[in-house]
Design a protein around this ligand. Structure first.
Ligand SMILES: [Fe+2]
Length: 226
């Protein structure tokens, strides 16, 4: 019988072979497959990927965050982010992409914002963008996947609350700078960030924060063949 991760990859490929175009209402076929993908992702455990949440694993790593690549096709990419205690992934976007994020161990705070839109009037300095805070919540291995869409919840920040932590990440289509899908980083402007969903926020694009570095780690789980 195919492994959990193999079945998950097949479902991801099926779901994202015909995704809705940007700005288009998703059809029933897509929504049903996305729901099945969410369900399957919720069932994935760290052990299915042969991941052991040993503190030494993350402590011994020289970078705060590591990415473990599992597979990539034209339709999607899948991998695991490993985060040291206290690590974070700064606010960033996923242009024209869908995504699902499932915490495998540890506790992380996920803050999600809508895709930012430029403000119509000119101002000095970097361009101002308007967005909306959709959610800010804690996720553990007992939480369902966090889902991002091309327009909604497209920006997120990941902060380890109790670590080390790891999460499985599916992005569709994959990042590809040649196709206009590069990763951008943002900073929320103004005072303390709002915590209430639906609050309008102002953001500006910033260079990748220097303190954020992402290394690589070898995937040791069951092979995926597509
Ligand atoms: Fe992300």
């Amino acid at each position: 019988m195919a492994s959990v991760v193999q079945r998950l990859a097949r479902q991801a490929r099926l779901t994202f072979t015909f995704p809705p175009r940007v700005g288009e209402e998703p059809g029933r076929f897509f929504l049903e497959n996305l729901a099945e993908l969410r369900r399957m992702m919720f069932e994935v455990q760290a052990a299915d990927l042969r991941l052991v949440p040993v503190p030494q694993r993350a402590e011994s790593c020289s970078v705060p965050v590591s990415y473990m690549h599992i597979c990539e096709t034209e339709q999607f990419s899948m991998g695991v982010f490993l985060l040291r205690p206290g690590a974070s992934i700064p606010l960033h976007d996923h242009p024209d992409m869908h995504g699902l994020l499932r915490v495998l161990y540890g506790t992380v705070r996920l803050s999600c914002l809508d895709r930012p839109v430029p403000v119509q009037y000119a101002v000095r300095g970097p361009p101002l963008l308007r967005s909306v805070l959709r959610s800010s919540a804690l996720y553990t291995e007992h939480s369902g996947p966090c889902v991002l869409h091309p327009d909604r919840d497209n920006l997120h920040r990941v902060e380890v609350v109790d670590g080390p932590s790891a999460f499985l990440d599916i992005l569709a289509p994959p990042y590809d700078p040649d196709q206009g899908r590069d990763c951008h980083y943002y900073r929320v402007l103004g005072g303390p960030e709002p915590a209430v969903s639906g609050t309008e926020v102002w953001v500006t694009e910033v260079p990748q924060p220097e303190e954020f570095r992402c290394g690589g780690e070898q995937y040791q789980g069951p092979p995926v063949r597509l």
